[in-house]
Design a protein around this ligand. Structure first.
Ligand code: SF4
Length: 694
């Protein structure tokens, strides 16, 4: 440990990694960060942090940072460094030319869950007002879009229901498809504290996550389901609750819409949902599932926390609704210690969805087809808005290959590495006439770009992030943007060059505009954030200090809506040719595609993605620990090293996606959620064979 000495001053800001949204004090000497100290008054973390957050400042000044705008005519040419003016004019001219030749709908943009609310809001405004269409989407498309759809349909709001601290009132916690000790470590520690105090635990995961074997934590059930069988599982849980009379009838009568409930009750009572019938699909023994359902229904306060193991499936939205059905049927909603809680992967997944990044929704989840909503935005933005939903990210790729979509502005998102079926994505990106990438590093996507606009790291940003508990936290600038311009200024310059004027002097003005147009944000301002420390939306006249627990007395849709969740098997099945099912996840020291953590001291803990496989599958293939393996799917093939682990169940293999070299997404397929097109990262049929070292 190097003693960096006493700081000259400190700035309180928010971690830019996961959806916990920990507050940190950046200790400074001059303009240099000497350490990041978890902030004791941080309302999401109360002075705690994980190894990712503590070392995050390392990537901000990494030598790979690009600080000069660059352009090139075609992607086989070398980059040419230019001034900001030249880069912005070049980008605007290309986008204008594309629209002149191919029409208004031929361009679009992608916002990022790594960027602030203010930056994200401005990008979707640029697309709607300056591009003149709704071809805006967010990288939340590929993680939690089913959460937005599923929770809005059932509970009326696209967000989790609780604070993190609420878990301290839970008598039972069911963790489904999430690995909080690795992916949301500060919440993971809080959860373990509650479990050590005696709360019961059900883990639903194909793989034995660390929580299952944590010291002093007793796991009542680890339901090792088969990848792709989530909805069969959740329906079986509900079937037991309904047929064994474990429902909370008073809650249902008072808080839930009668007709939808009766229809759901008839559906879920059907014998095919009985655990004895679903056992062959889920792999979960019927008696264990029955026991888990009884435990959940009779626990007192039962809380569900879930992650991408729920959403990244062809039935992601159905599963989210199935989880909401469980909570409604047992009255586990509308007070502390209960609820339905998505653990968001990125720092601002919640915010990027709230800010209107989706092609069908303006900020605050207000539909673009709603005339009254559109007129309010039109009056404020002084522009006529398109009333047709635009293209989602996968539709943009398809349209690029058709030749109808030719220009893309991509801020803070490495789609070439993080989206599934890499060869399809790369072909689409290559087909574009203009790809503008705004990022801090020359990422994989930038290989296909014509314009590179240097972005700013979280330490150079002023604005807000919204964490998984709807908490709006301030992000404060610790150092000036290395490239000389903040990301929101760059978006504004591009808009002005395209002929739609924007004139903000400070991100606080952008937040004031968001508050004026978004009913759940009307009470939010930088002054109020200073005063309260942070605010959980909704924050408006009915909740001037924000809303820690949602749905206390009513739902935004009045009464909650049970949803029918028919189980439909994924098209991605194992076969003789591809006999194993691959699922993916994260590890503690790395964050997503690793663009940031691979450039910090975290790198020492983990330097490659490996393939975990069960000893039985290893033996069958003559594989020893550390052997090189070829992993092939219907979409592509890659090579990685073997880790033999009894965490896995036979027939299921697992890897992470933190390194571009291993390319886990080379093998993931185009399958996606029926409602939102969220990719099915969690189920890929693969063959694994021993190969020579590449
Ligand atoms: Fe907190 Fe998540 Fe950052 Fe870790 S990565 S410090 S848990 S916000």
């Amino acid at each position: 440990v190097i003693d960096a000495g006493q700081p000259e001053h400190s700035v309180v800001t928010t971690c830019a990694y996961c959806g916990v949204g920990c507050s940190f004090k950046a200790d400074m000497k001059g303009s240099e960060v000497i350490r990041m100290v978890p902030y004791k008054d941080g309302q999401a973390n109360h002075g705690h942090s994980c190894v990712k957050g503590r070392f995050a400042f390392g990537y901000a000044t990494h030598e790979d940072r690009i600080t000069q705008p660059m352009i090139r005519d075609s992607i086989d040419q070398p980059w040419q460094e230019v001034s900001w003016d030249e880069a912005i004019s070049f980008a605007a001219e290309r986008m204008r030319a594309i629209q002149a030749e191919h029409g208004r709908e031929s361009i679009g943009g992608i916002t990022s869950s790594r960027c602030t609310n203010e930056e994200t809001y401005l990008v979707q405004k640029l697309i709607r007002a300056a591009f003149g269409n709704n071809n805006t989407d967010t990288c939340a498309r590929v993680c939690h879009s089913p959460t937005g759809y599923g929770l809005k349909t059932t509970l009326g709001e696209s967000a989790g229901t609780q604070t993190f601290d609420s878990v301290m009132h839970a008598d039972l916690v069911m963790v489904i498809g999430a690995n909080p000790t690795d992916a949301h470590p500060v919440f993971g520690s809080l959860l373990k504290r509650r479990l050590r105090e005696g709360a019961k635990l059900i883990v639903v995961d194909p793989r034995r996550i660390d929580l299952v074997k944590s010291p002093h934590v007793e796991t009542q059930h680890h339901l090792k389901l088969r990848p792709g069988s989530n909805v069969a599982f959740v329906n079986a849980m509900a079937h037991v609750i309904v047929t064994e009379g474990l429902e909370d009838s008073a809650f249902i009568a008072e808080r839930c819409e009668e007709q939808a409930y009766q229809a759901w009750r008839t559906f879920i009572s059907e014998p095919q949902h009985a655990p004895e019938q679903t056992e062959a699909i889920t792999g979960i023994p019927a008696d264990e599932l029955r026991s888990a359902a009884r435990l959940y229904a009779q626990a007192g306060n039962a809380a569900i926390y879930y992650g991408l193991g729920v959403t990244e499936h062809s039935q992601g939205s159905s599963m989210v609704m199935g989880i909401a059905n469980l909570a409604l049927a047992t009255g586990n909603i509308g007070r502390e210690g209960v609820g339905v809680n998505p653990l968001r992967g990125q720092n601002n997944v919640q915010g990027s969805c709230d800010m209107g990044s989706f092609p069908h929704e303006l900020p605050g989840y207000q539909h673009v087809a709603d005339d009254a909503v559109r007129s309010r935005f039109e009056a404020r933005w002084n522009v006529e808005l398109d009333n047709e939903p635009g293209l989602r990210i996968p539709n943009m790729f398809d349209a690029a290959l058709d030749g109808t979509f030719r220009g893309l502005y991509c801020q803070g998102e490495d789609i070439a590495q993080s989206d599934p079926n890499t060869s399809h994505v790369e072909a689409a990106l290559k087909a574009l006439d203009c790809l503008i990438v705004q990022d801090i590093f020359l990422n994989e996507t930038a290989k296909f770009a014509h314009v590179f606009l240097p972005g700013s790291s979280f330490l150079e940003k002023d604005g807000t992030f919204t964490n998984a508990e709807r908490r709006i936290n301030r992000v404060r600038k610790v150092m000036p943007p290395l490239a000389g311009k903040a990301d929101w200024e760059v978006t504004m310059l591009l808009s002005n060059a395209l002929g739609y004027p924007m004139d903000y002097q400070d991100p606080s003005e952008i937040m004031d505009e968001i508050a004026a147009l978004t009913p759940t944000f009307t009470g939010v301002s930088y002054d109020r954030l200073e005063e309260l420390g942070s605010i959980q939306w909704p924050c408006n006249e009915s909740a001037p200090d924000g809303t820690p627990t949602m749905h206390l007395e009513s739902f935004p849709i009045g009464k909650a809506h049970f949803a029918i969740t028919e189980y439909v098997a994924t098209e991605e099945r194992s076969s003789r040719r591809f006999p194993l099912l691959l699922t993916t996840g994260r590890i503690l020291s790395q964050y997503n595609v690793g663009a940031q953590t691979r450039r910090t001291d975290n790198q020492v803990w983990h330097d490659e993605d490996v393939l975990e496989l069960h000893p039985h599958d290893a033996e069958e293939r003559g594989v020893n620990e550390g052997d090189w393996l070829g992993v092939a799917s219907r979409a592509g093939e890659t090579v990685m090293r073997a880790r033999i682990s009894d965490r896995m169940q036979p027939g299921v293999v697992y890897t992470t996606f933190h390194h571009p070299g291993s390319g886990a997404n080379v093998v993931t397929t185009d399958n996606s959620d029926w409602a939102t097109n969220c990719p099915e990262y969690k189920v890929t049929a693969v063959q694994v064979v021993k190969v020579n070292q590449p």
